[in-house]
Design a protein around this ligand. Sequence first.
Ligand code: NI
Length: 265
Amino acid sequence: MQLDRFFEALWFDFVRIAPQAAAIKARLEELGERVENDHVAFRTFDRSPVDLATLEPRLLELGYQPLEDYAFPDKHLRARAYTRQGAPRIFLSELLRAELSTGAQTLLQRCVDAIPHGAGGSAQIFHQGRLWPALPFADYERLASESEYAGWLCALGLRPNHFTVSLNAMQKLRTVEAILEFVERAGYKVNAAGGRVKGSATIGLEQGSTLADRVAVDFADGTHTVPTCYYEFALRHRIAGGELYPGFVTDSASRIFESTDRAAR
Ligand code: NI
C-alpha cells in the first residue's frame, strides 16, 4: 500500500471521531502554518491476532524500522516506536492483559476471541475500528475503571488514537505552550495531567495535547458519549551530535495517554 494513501485513510477515520483535529488543522492552515505529522499512535491487545508482533510486519512492509521499546508498568502497557525517512513516526502500544484482574481479563478475552484470524494481515487493520461485537456500556465502564486504555480499546478498536502536529515545521506557533493557547482560544480543552507541557528541551522532546473529543459511540445497549481521540503537539530539540531527538519519553507519554480518561478535564 502506498504510504500517502495509508495516512489519508488513517486521517479520514480519525477525524470522523475526532472532529476537533480537522477543525484545529484548518485553523492552523488559515494562519499560514504548514501542518506536518510528528507521529501517529495506535492501541491494541497483546496475545491476539492484532498484537504488536503480528502488526509489526505491516509497518516494515511500509518501509518502517523499529526505533525503540518503551514500558509503562503502571498502565500495564508496552510500546514500540517505528521510523521511516520522510514519514511520520508510528507509536504502537499494546495492553498487557494478564496484568489486569480476572474479571477484566474475562471481558477482554471475549473481544480477543472475536477477532478474525488473519485480521492483522493487511495495513488496513490500522483503521478497522472494533473487530468484536459492541460491549454493554456497564462492561465498558467496569473495564475503564480498572484501565482507561482497556475501556477505550474495547469501545473504539484499532484506529489512530491520536495524530501529532510537528511544531518543528511551524513558523508562528513555535512552542508547545503557544499552540496550546491557540487551541484553547479556538474553544478546545487541553490535557493538564502532569502539567500542560510534558518533557523539556533538556530531555529533547516537549509535548502537549488536547483532551479527547466526546462522541456518541455504539454499545450493545445503545449509544453513549465517551472520550474518543485527541490531537497532540510535539517539539523536538537538538541533542548531542546535533540531531533532533528521535524517540519518545515514557513519563510524558504516560500522561499523554490520559487525554482519553473519562474524568480528564
Ligand atoms: Ni503521541
